[in-house]
Design a protein around this ligand. Structure first.
Ligand code: SF4
Ligand code: SF4
Length: 427
C-alpha cells in the first residue's frame, strides 16, 4: 500500500472519498489500490523518456503576414509589425518540415491578405507529395472562390474567429475600415463551407463575453453548424509580457467552460482546447505536452526568423535565423524537455500528466522561466480535473466523450499536440 504517494490525490465526491492517481490516471476507491512506488517511478521515467523523444518537426506555423484587417482588443500582435513572408522563406520552411507527417497552420495577422502565398503553399505541398495537413486561420476577409476551392481540394481545415453573435463579436473584433466585422466573418465561413472545406469556429473568451459564453456558444452552434469549435479563455500577454487587458479572471472561467463543454458533449461537438484534457482523462492516455512548441514546432515569421513558439518568435524572443539549421536544431532540442513530468514544482500536481504544461509563452511571462507556470491557469486545470472526476464518478468516463466520439468532423488532431497521447498508460 502506498497511501503516502505524492501522485495520489483525494477527492470528496458527494460525501465519498475517491483517489485519483496522476500517473496511472486511474480512479481508486481505496488508497490500497495505488501502484507500488517502483511502478510509479517506472511510469514517471517512461513519461520522461517519451517527452524527450525527438520526433522531428511535426507542426509548422507560418505567419504569412503580420498585417491584419482588424484591430482586436486582445491581439498579442497589436504592437508587432513584421511585414510579409516571401516565397523563398516558405520554400525553406517546407524543406525543413520535409515529407511529414506534419501539420501546417497558415497564420497571421490575416493570412488571406496574401492569397498568392496561400496558393504557393498549397501548390508546393501538393507537388512535393509530403504528408502535410493544411489549416488556415482567418478573421474573415474577402476571398476569391477559386482559392477556397483550392483549399478544399487540399483538404484544408479553416478556422474562422467569431466570438459570438454580431453585437458581441463586433464589440471586440473591430475592422480597421469600420465595416461590419461579423458580416465579413460570416461571409468567409460560408464561402469556405460552400467550397467544400471543413470549417471550425474559434471563440476567444474575454471580460466582454464571459457572462454570455454559454448562450453565445449555443447561438454559434445553431447559426453556423461548424465542424468543430475552439474555446480559449487564456489570452496571451502582449509584447514584452504585459498582461492582456482583456483577460477574464475568477470562477466565471470554469463555469463558462464547463457549461460549454456539457453542451458540446450532448451535441457531439468537438472543442479543441477542452478535448486536450477530456480525451487523455477519458482514454487514460497521458498528455505530456500541450503544444508542439516543446521541441516539435517550426514557426516562421517574415524576415527569415524561425523559432518554436508562435508568440515568442513573432515578438522577437528565442528566434534564430531560418537558414542556420544548427541553431534551429539546438533551439528545438532546448525546448524538447519542457513537460511537467520534468518540472520539480509540478510533480505533486494532480494534473501532472494531463495538462501538458499549458502554454510555455504564458508560463514564461508569468514566472520568468521557460519551465515555470501560470498560477491562475494551473488553478483552472485542477478545477477542470475535479469536474471530470465528479462527472466520471456520477456517470462514468464515457460520459465525457462527445456524442459520436472525438474524431467526427474535427480537424485531424495535429500530431504535434498529441505528444504522449498515442500511448495508453497500460501499454
Ligand atoms: S507555447 Fe503558447 S504561444 Fe507558443 S505556440 Fe504554444 S500555445 Fe502558442
Ligand atoms: S497545472 Fe500547472 S502546476 Fe500542475 S502540472 Fe500543469 S503546469 Fe504544472
Amino acid at each position: 500500500m502506498s497511501s503516502g504517494s505524492s501522485f495520489l490525490h483525494t477527492y470528496d465526491v458527494k460525501g465519498e472519498k475517491v483517489y485519483f492517481h496522476s500517473l496511472t490516471l486511474e480512479l481508486y476507491r481505496s488508497p490500497a489500490q495505488c501502484p507500488s512506488p517502483e511502478r510509479e517511478q517506472e511510469l514517471l521515467a517512461s513519461y520522461r523518456r517519451k517527452a524527450g523523444e525527438n520526433s522531428g518537426i511535426i507542426m509548422g506555423c507560418m505567419f504569412l503576414t503580420t498585417r491584419c484587417a482588424r484591430r482586436c482588443g486582445y491581439c498579442f500582435l497589436q504592437d508587432v509589425q513584421r511585414g510579409d513572408m516571401s516565397t523563398a522563406e516558405i520554400d525553406a520552411g517546407l524543406e525543413l518540415i520535409g515529407s511529414g507527417p506534419a501539420d501546417l497552420l497558415l497564420y497571421g495577422g490575416e493570412p488571406f491578405l496574401r492569397p498568392d502565398l496561400i496558393l504557393h503553399v498549397i501548390r508546393r505541398v501538393r507537388n512535393s507529395g509530403a504528408e502535410i495537413n493544411l489549416s488556415a486561420a482567418t478573421g474573415g476577409v474577402p476571398v476569391d472562390p477559386p482559392l477556397a476551392g483550392e483549399l478544399a481540394s487540399a483538404d484544408a481545415f479553416i478556422i474562422v474567429s467569431i466570438d459570438g453573435p454580431p453585437a458581441v463579436h463586433n464589440s471586440v473584433r473591430h475592422l480597421i475600415n469600420g465595416e461590419n466585422s461579423f458580416e465579413m466573418a460570416e461571409e468567409a465561413f460560408h464561402l469556405f463551407r460552400n467550397a467544400g472545406c471543413r470549417v471550425g469556429i474559434s471563440v476567444t473568451l474575454t471580460e466582454e463575453n464571459i457572462e454570455t459564453a454559454r448562450e453565445d456558444f449555443l447561438w454559434l452552434l445553431d447559426h453556423f453548424e461548424p465542424d468543430d469549435m475552439g474555446l480559449n479563455p487564456w489570452l496571451h500577454p502582449l509584447k514584452g509580457g504585459r498582461v492582456n487587458p482583456m483577460q477574464t479572471t475568477g470562477p466565471g472561467i470554469l463555469e463558462a467552460v464547463v457549461s460549454c463543454m456539457e453542451t458540446a458533449i450532448d451535441r457531439g461537438m468537438y472543442i479543441e482546447q477542452l478535448a486536450r484534457r477530456v480525451r487523455p482523462f477519458a482514454c487514460r492516455t497521458p498528455r505530456l505536452k500541450d503544444c508542439a512548441s516543446a521541441g516539435g514546432r517550426l514557426v516562421q515569421v517574415p524576415g527569415g526568423t524561425a523559432g518554436t513558439c508562435d508568440c515568442m518568435t513573432v515578438c522577437g524572443d528565442h528566434g534564430v535565423n531560418l537558414e542556420d539549421t544548427g541553431d534551429l536544431k539546438g533551439l528545438l532540442s532546448r525546448f524538447r524537455d519542457l513537460s511537467p513530468v520534468n518540472f520539480p514544482d509540478c510533480i505533486t500536481c494532480p494534473v501532472l500528466s494531463l495538462c501538458g504544461g499549458g502554454c510555455r509563452y504564458d508560463a514564461y511571462h508569468a514566472s520568468g522561466v521557460l519551465s515555470g507556470s501560470r498560477t491562475e491557469r494551473c488553478s483552472f486545470e485542477r478545477e477542470f480535473l475535479r469536474w471530470m472526476i465528479e462527472r466520471s464518478v456520477a456517470r462514468g468516463r464515457a460520459s465525457l466523450i462527445p456524442a459520436g466520439g472525438f474524431d467526427t468532423c474535427a480537424m485531424p488532431m495535429p500530431v504535434g499536440t498529441m505528444i504522449g497521447e498515442e500511448q495508453s498508460v497500460d501499454s
